[in-house]
Ligand binder design. Structure first.
Ligand SMILES: O=C(O)C(=O)[C@H](O)CO
Ligand SMILES: [Mg+2]
Length: 267
């Protein structure tokens, strides 16, 4: 049975952020994930996890100036010091939250930058990050993101991500497989997911319905088939529920009922 994580950046937005932990636990979740923890002290978030019996599945390293449109620093020229300081900050939060996965976003490729220079920056930064994180038993996850949602995003394909992971060859540099992005960018989701598992590089999975990014019980993806594949191939990681509920979060959780343990589903 997959371990599901409620993405508190998209789910339970009916509540203030720090109240979302209680709401997720009340519906039966045992884990959460979110984008960025940095506006809260680590101890405050650790307290939310502890009080509600939740694990932290994953969060993101600082992405640069998100409000200004930046979506990660790893490929960007001239931002290495900021990238490294951000990763060290993320590792401090990972220690406080007992979290062993950090998503490092690649960045929006600048129009005037050479592709080779961006690739070199990306590989150098990820290799450094994986080495840094390894001492703390933390995985660095990289996620191909579709360019309809995120125009110009540097990492946009599954094969591109697998090549990066193979090139750096760090045991804790792993793939964050977001089925929503994979379906939009390239399709063939089941085979791409199977490929990631059989290559031993799958670090995290996220789900949403396609094309609307609502609950995964509608649209182009057969979520029961994907979850069944994870079980069949023995994936023991987390599955992040990273979607925008059509109506209320709890009202939309019915798709999870067959996948929660006995007595776990409260939605
Ligand atoms: O966009 C996504 O799917 C993600 O998981 C990133 O972490 C945030 O953009
Ligand atoms: Mg995602």
């Amino acid at each position: 049975m997959p371990r599901f994580a409620a993405n508190l950046s998209m789910l339970y937005t009916e509540h203030a952020f720090l109240d979302r932990f209680k709401a997720a636990a009340a519906d039966g979740f045992k884990a959460v994930e979110f984008l960025f923890p940095y506006e809260y002290p680590p101890a405050a978030l650790a307290d939310c996890l502890l009080r509600h019996g939740l694990s932290q599945a994953l969060f993101n390293a600082p992405p640069g100036d998100w409000a200004a449109g930046e979506r990660g620093l790893a490929c960007l020229p001239g931002r290495q010091a900021e990238f490294r300081a951000g990763l060290d900050r993320a590792l401090d939060y990972a220690a406080a939250l007992n979290c062993s996965r950090i998503h490092v976003m690649a960045g929006i490729q600048p129009e005037d930058a050479s592709p080779n220079a961006l690739q070199t920056n990306y590989l150098d930064n990820l290799a450094w990050a994986a080495e840094r994180a390894r001492a703390q038993a933390v995985d660095i996850c990289i996620e191909p993101i579709n360019r309809r949602d995120m125009p110009g995003y540097f990492l946009c394909g599954q094969a591109q991500a697998l090549k990066v992971i193979e090139t750096i060859a760090a045991p804790n540099l792993r793939l964050q497989f977001d089925a929503y992005h994979c379906q939009i960018s390239e399709g063939d989701v089941t085979n791409k997911l199977r490929q990631a598992i059989t290559r031993g590089v799958l670090g995290h999975v996220q789900l949403a319905g396609v094309p609307d990014r609502h609950e995964p019980d509608q649209g182009e993806l057969r979520v029961d088939g994907l979850l069944g594949l994870l079980d069949e191939l023995g994936y023991s990681g987390f599955v992040g529920c990273e979607y925008r509920p059509r109506a209320g979060t709890r009202e939309g959780l019915g798709w999870l009922k067959p996948w929660f343990g006995a007595g776990q589903f409260k939605g």
